[in-house]
Design a protein around this ligand. Sequence first.
Ligand SMILES: [Fe+2]
Length: 284
Amino acid sequence: MTASVEGVGLGLRHDLAKELLERRPEEVRWVEIHPENYVARGGRFQLNLEQAMERWPIVTHGLTCGVGTTQPFDPAYTRQLRELLERVGAPFHSEHLCFGGIDDTFLHDLLPLPFNRESVKTAAARARELRDAIERPVAIENISYYADPLDPGGWTEPDFLLEVLDAADAKLLLDVNNIYVNSINHGFDPRPYIDRIPRDRVVQIHVAGHFTGDDGVIIDTHGEDICEGVYELLAYTIARLGRVPVLLERDQNFPTLDHLLEEVRRLGAIYERGVAAFEAEHAA
Ligand SMILES: [Fe+2]
């Protein structure tokens, strides 16, 4: 399946796969996979992937090659990753702007980088290394963070992100929920952040639900329904960026597939309205 990735997609997660692959709902226009679930794994995972490939374009999103890591990536893994991306016809591959380990210890978390020149250098080197290894464009995803990594030098999150994208010459996977979460927890207006995003860098958008604690801190769980604030920020983003495919990320606390498809349809309606607004403005 090499059709282009457009509209709203859904993550092909293990808990959803059986019903999703049986029903093949038409409102889901493409699916995203985590390559770590398929590299060097056989059995049901490969069967699911084959079935998904018959029905949908596939986009890949990694969890283990955060571009902020100081160590080079394992060449055996990136070779297998390249083979998988080739097989599924992935148009690009995304990883996070974070580090996940140090000194051969992997922490299974997306840890933020200090917003400084040294981090930019590291992230750009890793992103270029990955792009060369997989022979495809790399998209870097902005993350949510809870400790404020603001550098005394004074860079804000978008300052840092844009420096990395330029230095790496990379694409952007814009996670609108992560910007929303950070804007609440760290007290900034998310719209001027979105206004600064260069359209030609953005290849995909993520939206998700998050958990709100009694103290008002919100945690990026991907385990709740999308909130109104994120729908509104997505509408603003699409009207500004135009036709960028949107993924609903749901990774835990799964509701029924019908419930998720309701969210997908609502996202689809926001997407179509946003694209129409963008095209009307740019046709003028
Ligand atoms: Fe995301």
